[in-house]
Design a protein. Structure first.
Length: 417
């Protein structure tokens, strides 16, 4: 396996269930807040899909679709505000970096994204209308939000979306790194975007028995207690919205442009399972993590903390913990673990990049984010997770993301080169 030359992570930005900006998100996450709230993107009681009404809570970006779209007129033309949210997030990021004022060839800047279910909004809007939706077809092409960002900034290098289910944005980051390693591009704007809170998606996860469904009346539930990844009483995933962007380049280009480097992509690995379209494959998950370490020239003892994929599903979390034990052995007991979906919910294709961004912020602030509602599952290997934020100096994080179709990605990021 070829080794990876570390790549510079210059800056990043996001909008999540905990805030409209990275600053707001980190402030809330680092103080142990939850972004899980009653679902308001649609009325679950009005859905005609069986079981859709059982999903009552979600991680929503704290703004209306009209606000996210910029105006009611824009939302009327295009009922999916994803592109506008992504453009806003990228605008904040790129204003800080100022790539147009740099020594940079726009034909060698890639815009690469990861999403899985975003176009559901447009699909459901088209099915519910009795008149043509002129932007409907374009909005269902998942690369179009990326194309709009590229047009905003004049980037004319490769531009595409990676459709690897819930591993999508992590795969997008690693593919961007591989393009940089190959000398095909000089910089990449890597994006993760997902606004999946639609009745058809809720019903789908409920039918798979993967959704977190309250055991009692919704009014009696504290939303913050529903997402319980890695916990003995985990009860399924909580869907969430999330949009993120990260600027990746070489050390040489960072130096030429006097860009401050916030972190490093040390390497990673991707693989897949031929066994199941939904259930995690312990052998291949372990192989993915092991290959990521080899590719990055790191050992398990070099990893400061582990940012798990952990969604809160019974089988998925079990497999990931067992695979971690296979790879890390006894060292797992002393390696802090975090599951940020306990705070944010599961933003599907956007989740991996958001996890990477939070991992980078955690290293900068010497903090391990909490795993809310954690209760050690005594049937599984002991893990070092905490319900409270943990002050902990660390310089390297292993980030996991896995998706339907048996697709896996593991990334190694660090604070220093």
């Amino acid at each position: 396996m070829p080794y990876f030359v570390p790549l510079a992570i210059i800056d990043y930005e996001c909008a999540t269930a905990l805030g409209l900006t990275l600053q707001d998100t980190w402030q809330a996450a680092s103080t142990g807040k939850s972004g899980i709230v009653p679902l308001t993107r649609y009325d679950p009681d009005l859905s005609l899909l069986p079981s859709a009404d059982s999903v009552r809570f979600a991680g929503q970006i704290p703004a209306s679709f009209e606000t996210l779209a910029g105006s009611s007129a824009v939302l009327e033309r295009t009922p999916d505000p994803t592109a506008q949210v992504l453009r806003s997030v990228c605008h904040r990021l790129l204003q800080r970096i100022n790539p147009l004022g740099s020594v940079l060839n726009p034909t060698r800047v890639a815009v690469i994204g990861g999403t899985a279910l975003t176009s559901t909004i447009t699909h459901e809007a088209m099915c519910g209308r009795q008149q043509p939706l002129m932007t409907g077809l374009l909005s269902r092409c998942q690369n179009v939000p990326l194309a709009m960002v590229a047009a905003d900034w004049g980037f004319t290098g490769p531009q595409f979306n990676v459709g690897g289910a819930c591993a999508s944005s992590g795969q997008a980051l690693l593919i961007a790194g591989q393009l940089l390693q190959a000398g095909i591009i000089d910089a990449a704007l890597v994006c993760g975007f997902e606004l999946p809170l639609q009745a058809s998606n809720a019903a789908g996860f409920a039918w798979l028995k993967a959704a977190a469904v309250p055991p009692q009346k919704a009014e009696a539930i504290d939303p913050a207690t529903l997402s319980r990844p890695l916990s003995a009483d985990r009860c399924g995933l909580v869907m969430a919205e999330g949009v993120s962007a990260l600027w990746l380049t070489t050390a040489a280009l960072a130096k030429n442009n006097a860009w401050t480097i916030k972190g490093w992509l040390q390497g990673g690995a991707m693989n897949s399972s031929a066994r199941s379209q939904t259930a995690l494959d312990e052998m291949q998950v372990a192989a993915c993590m092991r290959d990521a370490l080899i590719h990055s020239s790191y050992s398990t003892h070099d990893i400061g903390i582990i940012s798990t994929h952990a969604t809160g599903t019974w089988q998925g979390d079990q497999v990931e913990i067992k695979a971690l034990e296979t790879v890390f052995g006894e060292h797992l007991k002393s390696s802090p673990i975090t599951a940020n979906k306990s705070q944010l919910g599961h933003s599907m294709g956007a989740a991996a990049l958001i996890s990477t961004i939070l991992a980078l912020e955690g290293m900068r602030h010497s903090l391990v984010l909490p795993t809310l509602n954690f209760n050690q599952d005594k049937a599984l290997p002991i893990i070092l997770a905490s319900q409270q934020p943990l002050n902990y100096v660390h310089n390297t994080v292993l980030v996991n993301a896995f998706g339907f179709g048996g697709t896996h990605v593991s990334l190694v990021v660090s604070r220093g080169e």
